[in-house]
Write a protein that binds this ligand. Structure first.
Ligand SMILES: Nc1ncnc2c1ncn2[C@@H]1O[C@H](COP(=O)(O)OP(=O)(O)OP(=O)(O)O)[C@@H](O)[C@H]1O
Ligand SMILES: [Mg+2]
Length: 266
């Protein structure tokens, strides 16, 4: 797919265009501009990625394994060094700021792996979530357990003994303890049964409905595009497509390249 400097229609959704990004990102809560980042010297994983989340938006990121989806979230959260480009939170440049600073500015992150403290109880995991503001604990624990009642009922259980779905709730709950305005979720439904996946998507929608902007990477591309307001297809560290979630899900090129033939609509 050649990169187009302006937006070109591909049957419902759009090939990424920088002009559209600049226009859409103007009032964004969180935006990423022409991000270049990587791990090894001379090897860039992100090759000029643009992305934004408007206030209250649920943004999905899909793409093949190794495309750089996790790297993008980690770079936004100060966990991977940014080589070029910028990350901006409500107009303030936050490129390269450390995770604890970002948490205090209202960014929450749930990583793809190792996202709970297994030897700590659920309640202690929640305390870790707001260690920067322990006075908030009681109020926020109430909010989080309203959303995930199981976490309240099992508060004394060690996170390591929970099921995959329950652990995911702990990880999301912990990220919510600081009352973030933006939540970054990396593959929250991975490894879960279909029923638990449904629950994760439902909870994500509920969190989003309270006004939290969400940027979600998902391996369940179809479901992700169904629930998100806008989606991005990331391929080799570049945005390949972007558009409304449903438009992307019905785009013949996106279906052919990223969703598989089973996804074809009649
Ligand atoms: N810590 C690291 N050191 C070196 N290379 C890394 C590191 N983490 C990731 N990479 C490489 O960066 C590339 C992108 O990885 P990333 O985890 O961002 O992909 P992804 O799109 O999240 O894939 P997946 O769908 O499998 O989670 C891959 O080629 C990967 O091998
Ligand atoms: Mg990943």
């Amino acid at each position: 797919m050649s990169q187009s400097p302006t937006t070109a229609s591909t049957g419902g959704s759009t090939v990424v265009g920088r002009d559209d990004h600049l226009q859409g990102a103007e009032d964004a809560v969180l935006r990423v501009d022409e991000l270049v980042a990587g791990y090894l010297p001379g090897v860039n994983i992100l090759n000029g990625t643009d992305l934004y989340a408007a206030p209250g938006e649920l943004v999905g990121i899909i793409g093949p394994n190794g495309a750089g989806k996790s790297t993008l979230l980690k770079a936004m959260f100060g966990l991977v060094k940014v080589r070029e480009g910028s990350v901006t939170l409500r107009g303030e440049e936050i490129t390269g700021l450390k995770a604890n600073k970002l948490v205090s500015k209202g960014v929450g992150f749930v990583p793809q792996n190792n996202n709970v403290f297994p030897s700590l109880t659920i309640e202690e995991n929640m305390q870790m979530g707001c260690y920067q503001a322990p006075k908030k604990f009681k109020e926020r624990f109430g909010v989080v357990t309203d959303l995930f009642p199981t976490l309240g009922e099992r508060r004394s259980q060690r996170a390591g003994s929970l099921s995959g779905g329950e652990r995911q709730m702990v990880a999301m709950g912990r990220a919510l303890m600081m009352d973030p305005s933006v939540l970054l979720l990396d593959e929250p439904s991975a490894g879960l049964s279909p029923a638990k996946q449904d629950e994760v998507f439902l909870r994500t929608r509920e969190i989003n409905a309270t006004g939290v902007s969400v940027v979600m990477v998902e391996q369940n591309a179809r479901r992700c595009l169904q629930i998100c307001d806008r989606g991005y297809v990331l391929d080799q560290g570049r945005n390949a497509y972007t558009g409304a979630g449903r438009a992307l899900a019905n785009d013949p090129k996106v279906i052919e390249l990223y969703l598989g033939t089973l996804g074809k609509v009649d």
